[in-house]
Write a new protein. Structure first.
Length: 406
């Protein structure tokens, strides 16, 4: 029964369920949080300041502003560059909801253009065709941690006087031709959500080199009240504040920063661990006809956030969703990144998008499976994932060959 999928009564590849995207949390992270809790200062304060300074240094940008999410960062970035009702923002349909939702929150319209079939990143040639008089921003997503072709995007932006806001939720460690992501476009946003390369539970960071935007974003992230608002209860005497903008409650708190500080110190070390697991997956899967593995590219540093395979349902006779269920029964967690946004109820209804609009995004959306790839995994975990995938591939591809010849 060893080669029979657990779903059909075989023995599961592992006994304990392997959670997808569980983070690497070490004692030093826990101690830092305990220290914060004992300090009496829980909200935005010294730890956030320290975390921002470390992040700013890591990226090499002039400013780094800590927020409670990447989504908040995209919203504030769009406002900072002046996006308003009626404007158009060009982005990819192969992303998380928040990339396009934040555009809607500004009253602007997200304009989807299709992705490259091989990388899943936005197709720069198609950006050119989508530009109208109303276009203000190009909002690329560095999908799975793979930097987009930023030089081409910068050329387009320059030619048409557009801003570039990058959704780098997957790409903290990424580089495009030796230029650090976060220091390429006008404004870049990062996510520290629970499954991301660096996590604060929930959280985000925004980087820019623009003084005016940085000031506005910082103020708006905390109700729109004047600069030193968070110091109003500090050791200096009570400080009055003034409301300058109708701001938001988007600030990061010290408890979150405490979770992130040591992970940021380990960030390059953890990238090496994920690179190792990535290679192991590639070596195991590169000869399997039934799946497509991620393409390697020169000129970039891939942040290795999500290792995704594309399954070929036509060779396996099962769908991607069947495959996910089979994996779950083997006690292996997995994910789908993403079901293309234009296929979601709201976007279909609001903008009349339908299947067939973006064939490459749909191709990936229908076939993609994300495998566990955290620095917190042990080598055995990775071997379990490989065994489970091999078991399913071998079982179903034999089955399909059998069916063909019978
Ligand atoms: C996770 C994610 C976001 C949102 O990040 P939050 O910090 O949860 O707001 C945005 N874009 C992409 C591509 C993501 O994967």
């Amino acid at each position: 029964m060893k080669n029979v999928p657990a779903y059909l009564g075989g023995k599961p590849t592992r006994e304990k369920f392997l959670l997808f995207g569980s983070p690497q949390i070490l004692d030093e992270d826990i101690q830092e949080v305990v220290d914060t809790l004992k300090s009496g200062w829980l909200s935005t304060g010294p730890k956030v300041q320290k975390f921002e300074e470390m992040f700013r240094e890591y990226i090499g940008s002039k400013y780094a502003i800590a927020l409670n999410s990447c989504t908040a960062g995209i919203h504030l970035a769009l406002q900072a560059v002046g996006i308003k009702r009626g404007d158009e923002v060009i982005t990819t349909p192969l992303t998380f909801a928040s990339t396009a939702n934040a555009t809607l929150h500004c009253g602007a319209k997200p304009i989807f253009v299709d992705v490259e079939k091989e990388t899943g990143n936005i197709d720069t040639e198609k950006i050119k065709k989508a530009i109208t008089k109303k276009t203000r921003v190009i909002l690329p997503v560095h999908l799975y941690g793979r930097p987009c072709r930023m030089e081409e995007i910068q050329d387009i932006a320059k030619k048409h006087a557009l801003f570039i806001i990058e959704d780098a939720a997957h790409c903290i460690e990424g580089k495009y031709k030796d230029k650090k992501i976060g220091n390429v476009g006008d404004i870049t946003t990062f996510s520290f959500y629970a499954t991301k390369n660096l996590t604060t539970g929930e959280g985000g960071m925004l980087t820019t080199n623009n003084d005016k935007w940085a000031e506005e974003i910082r103020i708006k992230s905390l109700h729109g009240i004047s600069k030193h608002a968070f110091k109003r209860y500090s050791e200096e005497s009570y400080q009055h504040y003034e409301v300058i903008y109708p701001g938001y409650k988007y600030n990061m708190m010290d408890i979150q920063a405490a979770i992130g500080i040591h992970q940021l110190k380990r960030i390059e070390k953890n990238l090496k661990i994920r690179e190792k697991y990535w290679k192991r997956y590639n070596n195991a899967f590169c000869r399997m006809e039934e799946i497509i593995i991620p393409k390697e590219e020169k000129d970039i540093t891939h942040a290795r956030h999500l290792y995704t395979i594309l399954i070929k349902p036509e060779l396996l006779k099962i769908t991607r969703d069947d495959f996910l269920m089979l994996l779950t029964k083997e006690n292996i967690g997995s994910g789908v990144h993403f079901t293309a946004l234009h296929l979601h109820a709201f976007y279909k209804k609001k903008f009349g998008y339908k299947r067939g609009n973006f064939p490459n995004a749909e191709f990936i959306s229908d076939r993609t499976i994300s495998l566990p790839l955290s620095a917190g995994l042990r080598e055995e975990d990775v071997e379990n994932v490989i065994s489970a995938i091999m078991k399913i591939l071998n079982y179903y591809s034999l089955f399909s060959k059998f069916r063909k010849s019978s």
